[in-house]
Design a protein around this ligand. Structure first.
Ligand code: NDP
Length: 455
């Protein structure tokens, strides 16, 4: 295996050197997972539940260490990293309840008894991105294990460190060897091999819509199951009857959280024209006050971007003649820094408003009335997330139902909870993660008929 230098985005220094896997190592990981599968699926539900609780407890014990790994490797504020590792623990705990609740049905039929079982798929390939490395991994690992599958997990090459730790922690927690295998290598080699591998039953992927398209096409060759959690360009709809101060206070971190590298980023802020001036005035103070700096500083709210390439891509959306209305601060010197930036006013079909920037750049798009708000919100290839801010309850529900996204929040900018389904409409993806729905994507339904008539 060749070597991979993992870079710390806040310093541009090498944080760790790890071996880089290729096709051979990926095949070996699949073989280990395949060998471990019969015994793992046969583990009694109560024992599988106990092992998931043990995994949660072992991650919780390493909470601070994992938070620091994530903060340094991704460049995210330590406070955010701690919250994310708490979510990882919560996710394993939540799905620890699942093995004993994978219920089937009995269906009335003539001549016998008909029953259904939810059976595991086998070896599943989990391909995760660099923006929330261990969190997004846990959304896939926890339900996959709970349902009785074995796993090959491929983290992004930029951020493999927490996944490498998770593989060790799983063994410490008592999971049998081979149940959870991590492969660190390029997506175009290891990820692709997982997609093509005949012994991999399913791919669960989070990443760009472009790579997701390739995975869906590649998976077709072996009729693999796929769950795709892809890009977004979510709308934050602010009506004039909303609490404008509250909407403006919440809007910045809904875009600039994780330095904008968030598929749920509310990067299109649609504001009713009657409230535009008031909103922009309130927004200015909030954006200029965002503390951008060292991810390990307890006060930091936004860190650097993950890589030089990502910063270059983000900057391409803000050419010299861009309508920059508000600009926050960013440190000088080493690190892939980019200041929080608000473009206004922007048309919904401008490149910055139409494409996923995946950086701290928000577009403010004025609208007149509810009909235009919904039309603009839906004029996108994406459909992941979104928010509605209004004081009118009926309007809140009307608009929430009309916006074509997988998750919507009212007078709030949250998208993700361990116990509720998460995923996209349209080109934001296929399938749902988290909540009760995720389990269905890691199981097949088997129908069994048992004849009971005599003779
Ligand atoms: P990618 O979609 O390229 O990467 C996501 C994961 O897929 C990584 O583990 C990557 O591996 C792997 N991968 C890459 N190519 C293949 C392939 N051909 N077959 C199988 N797996 C593959 O996202 P990027 O990291 O390059 O980010 C690019 C853009 O994607 C961002 O700017 C953003 O717009 C979007 N994105 C969206 C995310 C979301 O949460 N929805 C998350 C991340 C990105 P490796 O990186 O190791 O090569």
């Amino acid at each position: 295996m060749s070597g991979l230098s993992v870079i710390e985005p806040a310093t541009e220094q090498v944080l760790a050197e790890v071996p880089r896997a290729g096709v051979e190592e990926t095949d070996a990981a699949v073989a280990r997972a395949k060998a471990a599968y019969p015994a793992w699926r046969a583990v009694a539900p109560v024992d599988r539940a106990a092992l998931l609780h043990s995994l949660a407890a072992h991650v919780a014990e390493r909470h601070e260490e994992l938070s620091r790994i994530e903060a340094r490797n991704v460049g995210k504020p330590i406070a955010d990293a701690r919250a994310e590792i708490e979510m990882v623990v919560e996710c394993f705990r939540y799905y620890a309840g699942a093995p004993e609740r994978l219920l089937g049905q009995t269906i009335p039929v003539a001549g016998g008894v008909d029953m259904t079982f939810r059976e595991p798929l086998g070896v599943v390939g989990l391909i995760v991105p660099w923006n929330f490395p261990l969190t997004i991994a846990s959304w896939k690992v926890a339900p996959a294990l709970a349902a009785g599958n074995t796993i090959v997990l491929k983290p992004a090459e930029l951020t493999p460190l927490s996944a490498i730790e998770l593989e060790r922690i799983a063994v410490e927690a008592g999971l049998p060897e081979g149940v959870l295998n991590v492969v660190v290598g390029p997506g175009s080699v290891c990820g692709r091999r997982l997609v093509e591998h005949p012994d991999v039953a399913k791919i669960a992927f989070t990443g760009s819509t472009e790579v997701g398209r390739g995975i869906a096409a590649g998976a077709a060759a072996t009729i693999k199951r796929v769950t795709l959690e892809l890009g977004g360009k979510s709308a934050n709809l602010v009506f004039a009857d909303a609490d404008i101060a509250a909407a403006a206070a919440a809007a910045p971190l809904a875009v600039f959280g994780n330095a904008g590298q968030d598929c749920c980023a509310r990067s299109r802020i649609l504001v009713e024209r009657a409230a535009l001036d008031e909103f922009m005035d309130a927004l200015r103070g909030e954006v200029e006050g965002i503390r951008v700096g060292d991810p390990l500083d307890e006060e930091t709210q936004m860190g650097p971007l993950v890589s030089a390439g990502q910063r270059e891509q983000v900057a391409s959306y803000v050419p010299d003649d861009a309508p920059v209305a508000i600009r926050g601060s960013a440190p000088d010197g080493p690190g892939y820094w980019y200041p929080p930036t608000v473009l206004a006013p922007v048309a919904n079909d401008d490149r910055a408003a139409a494409e996923e920037i995946f950086g701290p750049v928000a577009c403010v798009i004025p609208f007149e009335g509810e009909e235009e708000a919904v039309r603009l919100a839906n004029e996108t290839i994406y459909g992941l997330s979104g928010s509605v801010w209004t004081g009118d309850g009926a309007r809140a529900l009307r608009v929430a139902r009309a916006v074509e996204t997988g998750v919507v929040s009212i007078n709030s900018n949250t998208s993700v909870r361990v116990s509720t389904p998460f995923g996209g409409f349209r080109q934001s993806g296929v399938g749902r993660e988290l909540g009760p729905d995720a389990l269905h994507h890691y199981t097949e339904v088997k129908n069994v008929f048992y004849a009971t008539e005599e003779g």
